[in-house]
Design a protein around this ligand. Structure first.
Ligand SMILES: *[C@@H]1O[C@H](CO)[C@@H](O)[C@H](O)[C@H]1NC(C)=O
Ligand SMILES: *[C@@H]1O[C@H](CO)[C@@H](O)[C@H](O)[C@H]1NC(C)=O
Ligand SMILES: *[C@@H]1O[C@H](CO)[C@@H](O)[C@H](O)[C@H]1NC(C)=O
Ligand SMILES: *[C@@H]1O[C@H](CO)[C@@H](O)[C@H](O)[C@H]1NC(C)=O
Ligand SMILES: *[C@@H]1O[C@H](CO)[C@@H](O)[C@H](O)[C@H]1NC(C)=O
Ligand SMILES: *[C@@H]1O[C@H](CO)[C@@H](O)[C@H](O)[C@H]1NC(C)=O
Length: 402
């Protein structure tokens, strides 16, 4: 109750002092449950204690990651150089990219009208990387003007799939902001000691609070992985620990809830292969935030995520795998269960679903683990290039390579 009163007074306070703020703070979403540092489920080592514990830039790209990308592109080393050749000519990487927004309200659900944001978010992120690699001021300008335009004009995100919009497109957007803030010295428009009216205000009220209700399986993991990103940007210890605990312990969306510890089967394997493959990559992006923050989520459960990758890579390379129909997701009835057999829907490997580079470079190249199916899937996939959605960042040969 105290929290609700606090929200009301804070909102009216913000409205009084600035031009843009968030109109629709969803009151049904209460405060995040606090995860106390304790010995429960042994998550202590994964939690933060104070804002000073965060490392920046974090999220997907640490300073060392960005340096590795830049150095290898400049010294013409593959896979960075050949991926960069395509990346740098992609429309979203150009400093003369024409911004499509901003808009006040966007929606993903029955009404879907968020493509302007999706495109601009991608352009902000690709221009941020372009700026880091080339140090061309025009890319700095393009990336930051996009973040500031949406940051000070978007006031609401609606629709039943808003958590996907926030967790996919919003995650690219915050990754752009993290690079520009910590490497580019960008200060957001509207920053004020009285409470700002720009990007971080929106990230807190619109993105984070609406992503806080974590759904099931791949859908839930989108919220978890994006909450981890938002929490690092905001240095929000409560939000970070909540998301981290969910990654490990959520009964419907955690790593352990999604992948069978014996076989690696996904709880979505009986549904279709595209959700199965995307879910694996979304888990990997969450683990990537853990990595920049100094904890190793990739190796949890004896490299359980790799086991998941191997199972799904093999099946999508046309191999036969064992299938347990009892290993299915929470609320599977919402998406056509029961599933007596593994699904052939969307079966196959293609760079239109660019999920294999992050698995391959992390486990096979960096950790030198044997993963024959993941390795073969990565070869079969070819270069991860331009994509038509923000389900995945793509360009793995540039951003995930070691
Ligand atoms: C944008 O930049 C690209 C690459 O430099 C160039 O080919 C293109 O003509 C430019 N487009 C506009 C509208 O200026
Ligand atoms: C998207 O749809 C919502 C609901 O109809 C509307 O309020 C909003 O203005 C629309 N936004 C855009 C960018 O068209
Ligand atoms: C966004 O909002 C700010 C403040 O209300 C306004 O000054 C600015 O022109 C808007 N930006 C765009 C691109 O519409
Ligand atoms: C950002 O600011 C720091 C500290 O003032 C400075 O050392 C650094 O060179 C600046 N970086 C850029 C890209 O301007
Ligand atoms: C798997 O089978 C499909 C359908 O026959 C075929 O198009 C595809 O090339 C096969 N994939 C591999 C990796 O052999
Ligand atoms: C990369 O660019 C080359 C040359 O334009 C093109 O042939 C190739 O299809 C591109 N690769 C991808 C993955 O888009």
């Amino acid at each position: 109750m105290r929290m609700i009163l606090f929200l009301v007074s804070f909102v009216s306070f913000v409205t009084r002092i600035c031009n843009a703020s968030v109109n629709d703070v969803p009151g049904i979403y209460g405060p995040l449950p606090m995860v106390a540092v304790s010995n429960i489920n042994n998550i202590n080592p994964y939690l933060k204690r104070s804002p000073g514990d965060f490392t920046h830039p974090g999220l997907w790209h640490s300073h060392d990651d960005l340096e590795r990308i830049r150095t290898n592109v400049l010294s013409n080393k593959d896979p960075w150089a050949s991926t960069f050749a395509n990346f740098s000519t992609d429309t979203f990487s150009l400093s003369n990219y024409t911004m499509q927004g901003p808009h006040g309200i966007i929606s993903r659900g029955k009404i879907s009208n968020y493509t302007a944001f999706a495109h601009d978010a991608r352009a902000a992120w690709q221009n941020a990387l372009m700026w880091y690699i080339t140090k061309d001021q025009a890319h700095w300008d393009r990336s930051t003007t996009i973040i500031d335009a949406w940051g000070s004009n978007l006031t609401d995100i609606i629709g039943i799939d808003r958590s996907l919009l926030i967790g996919l497109d919003g995650d690219l957007f915050v990754n752009a902001a993290e690079i520009m803030r910590w490497e580019g010295n960008w200060t957001e428009a509207g920053a004020s000691w009285r409470g700002g009216s720009g990007f971080s205000n929106q990230l807190y009220w619109l993105f984070s609070r609406q992503a806080a209700v974590i759904g099931q399986a791949n859908y839930g993991m989108v919220s978890i992985k994006s909450l981890l990103s938002f929490a690092v940007y905001l240095e929000d210890v409560t939000m970070y620990n909540y998301a981290m605990n969910s990654f490990i312990n959520d009964p419907c969306a955690s790593l352990f809830a999604m992948y069978n510890s014996k076989t690696g089967q996904s709880v979505e394997s009986g549904r279709d292969q595209s959700h199965t493959m995307s879910g694996i990559a979304w888990t990997a992006y969450a683990a990537r935030v853990g990595q920049t923050q100094g904890v190793d989520l990739y190796k949890l459960g004896d490299d359980l995520l790799l086991k998941a990758s191997e199972y799904t890579a093999a099946y999508n390379l046309n191999e036969t795998v064992s299938y347990d129909p009892d290993w299915h997701r929470c609320e599977a009835v919402l998406v056509g269960a029961p599933w007596p057999t593994i699904s052939e829907y969307n079966r196959g490997i293609s760079n239109t679903q660019p999920v294999w580079d992050i698995m391959y470079y992390q486990y096979v190249v960096k950790r030198k683990l044997k993963a024959p199916w993941t390795t073969q899937a990565q070869r079969e996939e070819g270069q991860e290039g331009a994509v038509s959605t923000n389900d995945h960042p793509s360009w793995g040969g540039l951003i995930w390579a070691y």
